[in-house]
Design a binder for this molecule. Sequence first.
Ligand code: SF4
Length: 230
Amino acid sequence: MVAVADNPGLNVGGITPFTTIDFPGHLAAVLFCQGCPWRCRYCHNPHLLPMVPSGKHAWADILSWLETRKGLLEGVVLSGGEPLAQRHLIPSVAQLRDMGYAVALHTSGVSPRRFREVLPSIDWVGLDIKAPFDEYDAITASGAVSGKHAKEVLVDLLASGKAHELRCTLDPDYFTPERAAKMATQLAGLGAGHLIVQSCRDNEHRHSKPVAEAIRTAFEQILPNVQYRS
Ligand code: SF4
């Protein structure tokens, strides 16, 4: 049991009080962690990137609020920003579990070490796959180490047998059918069988229909289970 006063907690920049879609099978709240060391060019949450105290939600207040949600919510989703960049992730997850909540982690895999530490306490993982691992820097602008870390996290996740989802955002300025095939081949080589493919949120900025079809074919020829989300 981790005492509230002993844990500075997560640096939370935003909260969604109720979701049915971010943690399969669970009614949940989402805590958006403040701070991410990567700089993906399509990042949907740029306000959550600076690694500074958000000053928005004190951890003790979040725990008090979650006390009032017991019986209404079943789980808590840690999203971001990047939860694995949080120094106090491990004791914070322990506190959520002590309260009876299941915990889901949405991550891009920025820290294999912290991922290994927290994984036993996580019920479900949503892992973003950005690109072929040796080309991660083209998306993350964070060096080749970003792909190395993401690959390590995927290997550990698959080895754990933990419930999870792999998803990829199709950056139209980066993805070609060839790169899709390369990424799918790497994933299949590590033992991954499924992928959820999401379009960038910018509706004006997407692949042309023929290129989108060719990318779809490239994924489906290599991975047995490909699903699409708009
Ligand atoms: S890893 Fe996620 S939060 Fe960080 S920059 Fe990339 S998309 Fe944004």
